[in-house]
Write a protein that binds this ligand. Structure first.
Ligand code: 3PG
Length: 392
């Protein structure tokens, strides 16, 4: 795909879709990673003399103009980061937006209000896509986090402009994730955690074709353990996925992929820290107890596998890391990644949040800005927001 490096933007109106969907608490941004990740593209366009029109979604306002989902806090932060006052335009298309765009000088930046304030956005309504396209000469997609969505501002607009190219963030994400899957350094280890097998079927299936070692942890591991014949007490269990788990273990065997599962875990009578019991071997979970984390022996085995890898992809926590008593598994894996010489790729979402929480984010080689997007990419799926761009 073409990127902004391949085109001249001087004097051009550039509709730039970014992913400014950052976490907010009481109207305050708690993590500005995604805003900072968009800066290289914004600066490239500014330096190139473009008229920069930034567009993004924020949350899921369901097509309504709900001020709770305004991009105002983002614009304030962006102004700080760029060291200049950036204007927020109240509408994302139509006369108000057109008027604001017509006043833009070369190198100037404006931000359009939340594109999901219009029901046509998530429906990929061609009329809305055309409305966005009318504002611009060029479409740049740099919203990697939303690239798996075929929405009006991520996909539809590309069909209504002549030039539709990738920004520097999308370019980098595709390069890093693409190389890992198509030409990986070996040994290549994938760590898959998270709560549900159902959410990870596609990615486990695809990675089993590529990796040398697959490590399983988190809530989804109990379905795999059950499939192996262990009793998992009241731990999370997807009965309807036990067969699937068996198939995956068979596939791993057929492909010669080393398949690592927990050998011990952290049990509790009920969900929460009050009823915490402690580590137990995996064959000793009482019928009325549940596990909420991998145990210390497991962490040691996983850390050793990570240490012996050249490339590691991690998606999904090993336990309920939001609660301190069940955070050690996830923390141990994050620490092993931080200490290893392996190139470490952290899928966005929960694993990125965990790396951040343990203060280890800086030690990772690449933290993806996409949760759902990086997961779909690792499933081997095409991303609509990328597919719609101009080819080289
Ligand atoms: C994300 O946070 O994963 C992206 O911004 C996409 O958001 P969505 O899941 O609401 O489409």
């Amino acid at each position: 795909k073409k990127s902004i490096r391949d085109i001249d933007v001087k004097g051009k109106r550039v509709f730039t879709r970014v992913d400014f969907n950052v976490p907010l608490e009481d109207g305050k941004i708690t993590d500005d990673t995604r805003i900072r990740a968009a800066l290289p593209t914004i600066k490239h366009l500014v330096d190139g003399g473009a008229k920069v029109i930034l567009a993004s979604h924020m949350g899921r306002p369901k097509g309504e103009k709900n001020p709770e989902f305004s991009l105002a806090p983002v614009v304030a932060r962006l102004s700080e980061l760029l060291g200049k006052d950036i204007k927020l335009v109240e509408e994302a298309y139509g006369p108000v937006a057109e008027e604001a765009v017509s006043k833009l000088e070369e190198g100037e930046v404006i931000v359009l209000e939340n594109v999901r304030f219009y029901p046509g956005e998530t429906k990929n309504d061609p009329e809305l896509a055309e409305g966005f396209a009318k504002l611009a000469d060029i479409f740049v997609n740099d919203a990697f986090g939303a690239a798996h969505r075929a929405h009006a501002s991520t996909e539809g607009i590309a069909h209504h402009v002549e030039t539709a190219v990738a920004g520097l963030l999308i370019e980098k994400e595709l390069q890093v994730l693409g190389k890992a899957l198509s030409n990986p350094d070996r040994p290549f280890t994938a760590i898959i955690g998270g709560s549900k097998v159902a959410d990870k079927i596609g990615v486990i299936d695809h990675l089993l074709d590529i990796v040398d070692t697959l490590i399983i942890g988190g809530g989804l591991s109990y379905t795999f353990l059950k499939a192996q014949g262990y009793e998992v007490g009241t731990s999370l269990l997807e009965v309807d996925k036990i067969e699937q788990a068996k198939e995956f273990m068979k596939k791993a065997e057929d492909k010669g992929v080393k398949f690592l599962m927990p050998v011990d875990c952290i049990i509790t009578k009920e969900f929460g820290e009050e009823t915490y019991v402690g580590p137990r071997d995996i064959d000793s979970i009482p019928a009325d107890h549940m596990s909420l984390d991998i145990g210390p022996k497991t962490v040691e085995i996983y850390a050793e596998a990570i240490k012996n890898s050249k490339l590691v992809v991690w998606n999904g926590p090993m336990g309920v890391f939001e609660l301190d008593k069940y955070a050690n598994g996830t923390k141990g894996v994050a620490q092993a990644l931080a200490d290893s010489d392996a190139y470490s790729i952290i899928g966005g979402g929960d694993s990125a949040a965990a790396a951040e929480k343990f203060g280890l984010a800086d030690k990772m080689s690449h933290i993806s800005t996409g949760g759902g997007a990086s997961l779909e990419f690792m499933e081997g799926k095409a991303l609509p927001g990328v597919e719609a761009l101009n080819d080289k």
